[in-house]
Write a protein of this length. Structure first.
Lengths: 324, 165
């Protein structure tokens, strides 16, 4: 269903809603294209004329700094016109429905919507109702998916480790509330990573964790052993309902990443975090700022990956090439 | 149609270029065929000029008609473009649109002192006011005829000529 919604008849990407079910060839095409945008970012002029004349609307129904900003920079570096809508303070608070908002923005000749919403499936709903030439990118919906974060994480891993087929990757922390974790696990599996582990207290694992094809560990001591890549997740305090954990201090003691626990991973392991970090809760400052950390690289790569997604979407579904 | 071997044309091109190529020049090949010609040309010239490669996918004028090229490669310009003399190299010159895109791309690295254009084959059919400075071979091909450069695993260059149906 989603796969049909995401792909054009010719197999190219029409919307990016989830990494679940996306074929490896599309993931690899995005990562390869992003590699070229990294070289653009190293130039004096960091812009290319690709999306000149296109209007991209950032629809953020949920607060975000990093994701919204990197989408905005990505669109601007592609020469698109960007409009940022802070929906919490606009028409929706006056009672307009989601689809009415989108219909109005489409009437303003939007070419692409970047959507973040607290409700799972909101970007899918929009994708189902937009005109054929309009593309939708999911920038995070509820607990469901955050595909561009998953892609930039894959890009980070490939840049630092070269390939996926010989890696052990651990995803650590609040998997239950994390849309990022789901996107990462789908992408790692599709790209051929042989061992994906999740490390978390039982209360922060989803019930269907076994169906994700991962190895479950409850303790850092065993879970981090010989890992090449450690992906820390943010402890989502604002999503916590009921007492799933005793206290942040208690959490840090058992599942926070410290230099001591990191010694169990491989000596050249990399440490990632999608941000924003809770220092002293899921990660110790010494690790976050230490030599294994690639956390700020992730942010930089995020721009190139979002440029790749936007340019592939904007160029898809057009008339097939007669002769280039 | 009998075409000379690409290597013969490279020797011819090198002889034309040699007197002009000063110490302040850099050479830039357009991905993929132009980069191959650049490598062969530099070898023939025995030049140690800095070398760069351009992929023009982000600068094409037909993006809105055919989308992004499926295999974009990073451009690599490992020298300062500002005030530099640049020899731009491609395999086959046709409409001139690729060269237009390559020049726009170069200017996003800096303002070159001069750009000269060297091509292995000029097949005619220009749609833009672009004229090469160095040409290995001039051909007059019809719109349905296509000539392209290929390189085998051993690194040998050859031409492929096709008739479009």
């Amino acid at each position: 269903m989603t796969a049909d919604l995401q792909l054009n008849a010719d197999g190219s990407l029409r919307h990016l809603l989830t990494l679940d079910g996306l074929p490896a060839r599309i993931l690899i095409q995005i990562l390869d294209t992003a590699e070229s945008f990294i070289s653009v970012a190293q130039r004096e002029v960091k812009k290319v004329p690709l999306l000149r004349g296109k209007a991209i609307f950032n629809l953020f129904f949920e607060p975000s700094t990093r994701t919204r900003t990197t989408f905005e920079i990505a669109a601007k570096r592609l020469s698109a016109d960007v409009v940022n809508l802070n929906i919490g303070t606009s028409a929706q608070s006056k009672g307009e429905t989601l689809l009415d908002t989108v219909a109005n923005l489409s009437a303003m000749q939007a070419d692409m919507f970047v959507v973040r919403h607290a409700a799972s499936g909101a970007p899918h709903l929009i994708a189902r109702h937009v005109a054929p030439h309009i593309h939708v990118i999911n920038a995070g919906d509820g607990r469901c998916a955050h595909p561009t974060q998953g892609l930039l994480d894959m890009f980070t891993i490939r840049r630092h480790k070269g390939a996926f087929h010989n890696l052990t990757v651990a995803v650590v922390g609040d998997v239950l509330h994390s849309r990022v974790a789901r996107s990462q696990i789908h992408a790692l599996t599709t790209l051929g990573c042989p061992e994906v582990r999740v490390i978390a207290p039982r209360t922060l694992l989803p019930r269907d964790v076994d169906s994700l094809g991962v190895h479950v560990h409850y303790r850092m001591e065993t879970g981090l052993k010989d890992c090449d890549v450690i992906i820390m997740l943010r402890l989502q305090n604002e999503r916590m309902q009921g007492a799933l954990l005793p206290s942040p201090q208690e959490y840090f003691k058992y599942w926070g990443l410290t230099a001591e626990k990191l010694k169990r991973a491989k000596p050249d392991a990399i440490v990632m975090h999608p941000g924003p970090m809770n220092r002293g809760v899921e990660i110790d400052s010494a690790v976050a700022d230490g030599r294994h950390s690639v956390i700020l690289n992730q942010v930089t790569y995020g721009i190139a990956v979002r440029m790749a997604v936007m340019s592939l979407l904007a160029g898809s579904g057009v008339k097939p090439a007669a002769e280039a | 149609m009998n075409l000379p071997q690409p290597q013969e044309l490279i020797v011819r091109l090198a002889a034309d270029i040699r007197p002009a190529l000063g110490p302040d020049w850099a050479v830039v090949g357009i991905h993929t065929g132009g980069a191959w010609v650049m490598e062969a040309l530099v070898r023939e010239l025995g030049s140690d000029a800095p070398q760069g490669v351009l992929d023009i996918a982000f600068y094409r004028d037909d993006f809105s008609r055919i989308g992004l090229h499926p295999e974009v490669k990073p451009s690599h310009i490992p020298f300062e473009v500002e005030d530099r003399n640049i020899l731009l190299i491609d395999d086959v010159l046709y409409t001139g649109r690729t060269v237009r895109a390559a020049m726009n791309l170069l200017f996003d690295y800096g303002r070159p002192a001069a750009i000269r254009l060297a091509v292995l084959i000029d097949r005619g059919g220009r749609e833009l006011p672009i004229c090469p400075d160095y040409v290995g071979l001039k051909l007059d091909l019809g719109a349905r005829q296509h000539v392209s450069l290929v390189r085998d695993d051993a690194g040998t260059l050859s031409f492929v000529v096709r008739e479009k149906g």
